[in-house]
Design a protein around this ligand. Structure first.
Ligand code: KG4
Ligand code: ZN
Length: 345
């Protein structure tokens, strides 16, 4: 089963071809970071227009790179949601038109399921069941994953997502969009222990998160440092490091508590925040100490990409799922997804 995947939920146009026998055949991505940077965040209308400009050349590039033809694919998958409505509609339209013109099946994919299963794109991949920590711009969730579509929610955020907290803290530190990677870079110059921030809910007896208080704590700290005349470049880096450490402390505590509670040995960390290097090294250390294994998607598949959409499309189509309805779902809770009975990958 060879599926063309189309991702246009936000500010990245991602296209890929995934084969259930051979794995990932080709992928291409266009990031709109430069387009939105001047505005300090994603401008939805500009995002949609840029997807329109990029999508067809990227599909052609992927087909060329895979040394195949559109006729030879078995189906088309697109991100149906969640995401920006206008941006999603670009992918949905092109995918539907292609499927109709080629007389191939079509499937709408949940963007977060793409993130959740993205470690399956690697050669060294986890086996079901596993624990997954999903940390992106809009989600901070812990799941017990039994198979494709079989997701038991163990923990969720009460307010902000981890990535959202990174982005807001970055803004308070005067860093440019996208905030997460910029904050992580600044944190490299930080000195540990110079300033102190809370670790929300770290000792709570449940697996839920809360990051909005941490954001407020950064605001209060920055104001205090400014008031004391101490808010120079070095101290900004110290705050960045303390913030990053606080988030990683909380995420690690909850994720490893989930492993213990479910007696699992495999942990997947997916979503944009999983690209954070401090998080990666801390999780690897803790996994070694806990006799567990942690799996991260390859860096290119941590943030938004077409490969994860092609992968999920192929896995679900191989099980017979089809979805010819043309619609997008800007708001779409992952828990509403139908389970796939077989555990085939
Ligand atoms: O998964 P993703 O690309 O898009 C969503 O589906 O949300 O995640 C984007 C989020 C943003 O909040 C971004 O700031 C964060 O992931 N992020 C990072 C890093 N790279 C991306 N956060 C911390 N450190 C990073 N290196
Ligand atoms: Zn995403």
């Amino acid at each position: 089963m060879r599926v063309l995947g189309i991702e246009t939920s936000c500010d990245e146009t991602g296209i890929a071809l995934y084969d259930t026998e051979r794995g990932l055949c080709a992928h291409a991505l266009h990031s709109q970071i430069a387009l939105h940077a001047a505005y300090g965040g994603v401008v939805p209308e500009l995002a949609s227009r840029d997807h329109v400009r990029r999508i067809v050349p990227l599909i052609e590039a992927v087909i060329r790179e895979a040394e195949t033809t559109l006729d030879a694919i078995d189906g088309v998958a697109y991100t149906q949601g969640p995401g920006l409505a206008g941006a999603l509609l670009v992918g949905a339209s092109v995918a539907s038109a292609l499927a109709l013109a080629l007389d191939k099946p079509l499937i709408g994919v949940h963007h977060m399921e793409g993130h959740l299963l993205s470690p399956l794109l690697s050669d060294d991949k986890p086996q079901f069941p596993f624990i997954a920590l999903l940390v992106s711009g809009g989600h901070s969730q812990l799941f017990f994953v039994r198979g494709v579509g079989q997701y038991e929610l163990l923990g969720d955020t009460f307010d902000d997502a981890a990535g959202e907290a990174f982005d807001k803290a970055a803004q308070l530190l005067g860093l440019p969009y996208p905030g997460g990677p910029a904050l992580a870079q600044l944190a490299r110059q930080g000195r540990a222990g110079v300033v102190r921030l809370p670790r929300p809910l770290i000792d709570a007896p449940h697996l839920h998160f809360s990051f909005s208080g941490l954001k407020t704590a950064v605001l209060t700290l920055v104001r205090q440092l400014q008031h004391e005349g101490r808010f120079d470049d070095q101290v900004r880096a110290d705050v960045a490091l303390e913030f990053e450490t606080a988030v990683v402390d909380v995420l690690a505590a909850k994720a490893f508590a989930a492993l213990r509670q479910t007696q699992s040995r495999q942990l997947v960390v997916a979503g944009g925040v999983g690209a954070n290097q401090s998080l990666r090294s801390r999780f690897a250390e803790k996994a070694a100490a806990a006799d567990a294994r942690v799996y991260f998607p390859e860096m290119a598949f941590c943030t938004d990409n077409g490969a994860m959409i092609a992968l999920v499309g192929a896995l679900r189509m191989a099980e017979g799922t089809r979805d010819y309805a043309f619609h997008v779902r800007p708001r779409w809770p992952l828990m509403e997804l139908a389970a796939v009975e077989s555990e085939q990958r």
